[in-house]
Design a protein around this ligand. Structure first.
Ligand code: ZN
Length: 203
């Protein structure tokens, strides 16, 4: 890992979450596999990391900032167009720059399920932003911080998943489970609306 990343608390939170999820769920490390379970594994680590980031920034305005790993770009590359590695609220807008040989390259993170059908296959990182955006939308609708009600619902849902049985869960299956958890809090309608925004309808 690049030295400057080690000092970023939320990147550490993200990686620790991977370890916990691997232990708890037996999810694969995603070595090249761009499927929904692997993307969910990435999504869950981002949810844990963003909750940590928002909690740590709770007394400042950056609590509404959904950018993950915003120090990933070296200082010389940081610009208005390079805000971080992913933006959970506005996927596909986190970074763009002119590469010396490839020309303009930019964030390809998906914001909607329809983008999975595109001609270019997405990495599991770029798929993970679909459920991550649903989480961000749910948080916004709840009027609470990410580590409030929605964070609790997501965390309880993740912890309720079972090794082997749920290790190959897809987006829709996970969305359904968040709604089941939300029923206990009578907020299942909010969850339904949030998933609908990314094109996942739960009946
Ligand atoms: Zn990760």
């Amino acid at each position: 890992m690049d030295k400057h990343l080690i000092y970023l608390h939320y990147s550490v939170a993200h990686e620790l979450a991977h370890g916990l999820l691997l232990e708890h769920l037996g999810f694969r490390t995603g070595a090249g596999s761009a499927d929904e379970p692997t993307a969910l594994w990435e999504h869950m680590a981002d949810v844990v990391a963003i909750m940590y980031k928002h909690w740590a920034a709770r007394n400042s305005t950056s609590a509404s900032d959904w950018v993950v790993a915003d120090k990933i770009f070296k200082a010389t590359h940081v610009s208005a167009a390079c805000r971080g590695s992913r933006d959970m609220k506005n996927p596909g807008t986190a970074w763009a720059y002119i590469h010396p040989t490839k020309g303009l390259i930019s964030d390809k993170a998906a914001a909607h399920i329809s983008q999975l059908a595109g001609s270019e296959p997405l990495t599991y990182y770029n798929m993970s932003t679909i459920p991550s955006r649903a989480f961000a939308e749910a948080v916004d609708l709840s009027g609470q911080p990410s580590y409030g009600l929605m964070g609790e619902i997501w965390w309880r849902t993740i912890m309720g998943l079972q090794k082997d049985k749920d290790s190959s869960i897809n987006f829709k299956g996970f969305a359904k489970k968040t709604m089941e958890t939300a029923q206990e809090y009578k907020t299942d309608n909010t969850i339904k609306q949030a998933w609908a925004k990314v094109g996942i309808s739960i009946l």
